[in-house]
Design a protein around this ligand. Structure first.
Ligand SMILES: [Mg+2]
Length: 304
């Protein structure tokens, strides 16, 4: 483990270096307080510190005080080494944030034993922060999975609903338009029956890719369930949403056959949120528009 030895007296510093190298520490030394502080600002610096109190530049106790104010301040173990030896000095150093106080002249083995306590604590902090990092990574993965449809990797219905509720309250407060596009793949049951379920999945994925290619970054596209999809377009009135819906329809009609070897089209219903309307009603209206598109012969966009 790395240890920082800060001591301005050359002979004492050499002695400390010899002691800690002898005990297998990876020694970094500083000849005054400013140099010690510079080292503590470098990447990969030691977290176990033996600091002389009285040094030119920053004192050992001042270094500890400053360290404790850093976000990683709790991860250090600092031993103050000093010729001062009154209980008041000890209290001052420990209250300032030092973990241990050793008076000169010191006994090398006693100092080594105290540094070993610090080594255990620094390793513990290291292990804990590594575990916290792994947990945070796992949480991010879980949140991602909880919001995502596995097959298409679009958002899922749950995430979409959460987002719709938030977007509607934002639209209410900031008075911007918001529209929904509900999409259904035409005759999807026939695709599954004729070509098999894995071909059905290929069609769903191909459609998800088309949605992704046409959506703006602020749009939220989700798999609503089965062969139904939904797109939320914030800051977009009905006519703008209709343009987007028509692009989706047209791209699916022209590309699905090329990509999947199966000719598949989609029907779309477009609605704009009306002030005061709740999410359920808005979705219901989009659904109604979609079913009119189906009734009117599919492969079309109907405005609700
Ligand atoms: Mg000194």
């Amino acid at each position: 483990m790395k240890i920082l030895l800060a001591e301005d007296d050359k002979i004492s510093r050499r002695l400390l270096e010899r002691v800690f190298s002898g005990y297998g520490y990876d020694v970094v030394s500083a000849s005054d307080g400013d140099e010690a502080w510079r080292i503590l600002e470098e990447p990969e610096h030691p977290h176990l510190l033996v600091l002389d109190w009285m040094m030119p530049g920053v004192t050992g106790v001042e270094i500890v005080k400053r360290l404790r104010e850093r976000p990683d301040g709790h991860t250090y173990y600092a031993i103050i080494l000093t010729s001062l030896d009154t209980p008041d000095d000890l209290a001052y150093a420990l209250d300032g944030g030092a973990d241990e106080f050793v008076s000169k002249p010191y006994h090398a083995d006693a100092l080594r034993a105290r540094a070993n306590v610090g080594r255990r604590i620094v390793s513990l902090h290291h292990t804990l922060s590594e575990k916290i990092r792994l947990l945070q990574e796992a949480n991010a993965t879980i949140s991602h999975l909880a919001a995502t449809d596995e097959l298409t990797t679009l958002y899922n219905r749950r995430y979409f609903n959460e987002n719709l509720t938030k977007s509607i309250s934002a639209a209410k407060r900031y008075k911007f338009p918001l529209s929904l596009v509900m999409v259904d793949i035409d005759k999807f049951k026939a695709v599954n029956d004729t070509y098999g379920h894995s071909s059905g999945d290929t069609v769903l994925k191909a459609f998800a890719d088309i949605l992704r290619s046409l959506a703006r970054t602020e749009d939220v596209s989700a798999r609503w369930g089965g062969e139904e999809f939904i797109i939320l377009l914030t800051h977009t009135a009905r006519d703008g949403a209709a343009v987007m819906a028509e692009r989706v329809r047209s791209k699916m009609a022209s590309e699905c056959l090329r990509v999947t070897s199966i000719p598949v089209t989609v029907s779309l219903g477009v609605v704009e949120w009306g002030d005061g309307e709740d999410p359920e009603l808005l979705i219901k209206r989009a659904d109604k528009a979609l079913y009119r598109a189906k009734d009117e012969g599919r492969n079309r966009v109907v405005l609700g």
